[in-house]
Write a protein that binds this ligand. Sequence first.
Ligand code: MN
Length: 198
Amino acid sequence: MTKSENSYYNGSSMKALNIVPLSYSLEALEPVISRKIMELHHDKHYVAYVNGANAALEKPEKNREVMRDFSFNYNGAKIHEIFFANMREVRENNLPSGKILEAINLNFGSFENFQKEFSLAATSVEGSGWAVLWKDTENNLTVGQLEKHNLLGLNGMTPILVLDVWEHAYYLDYLNNRAEYVKQWWQVVNWDDVEQRS
Ligand code: MN
């Protein structure tokens, strides 16, 4: 993914978005994430962000409210595209290797430290939001959180691994046990995709 595709909101981002289909079937992430959740999450929530961004673009007057809608929906669409691509079918002992493992070790000391830090970021988001692994322009890695998803655009910071902890992402499967969702989610992280972004 190139920097401009990845993107945070800026002038050049103001063009219509297309719906990106999943690269796997709706049930591919079971039993970690059910088909029902993926169906709602991709085909309803994500598609609504794409449509919302495009609807805002079509408004003739780009006033504050329209731009707010555009930013919310554009960032919502983009971060979901990363999230869906960051996952694949369950693998036992699903661990990073190669370049991404080296980068994690360099920045966090060990994979275990990173996993702990990222999980804590995910479980402690207040309300709706995301845990994010960012890389900066010098490829340093940082773990952070996003409230809702409107801050996707920190200048120079590229999200390479994101975890959606809005209730729609897990409630049907895990009810209020977000920590269990976060724990199980590590089995479906697509480390090849994360490495490509790093
Ligand atoms: Mn979501």
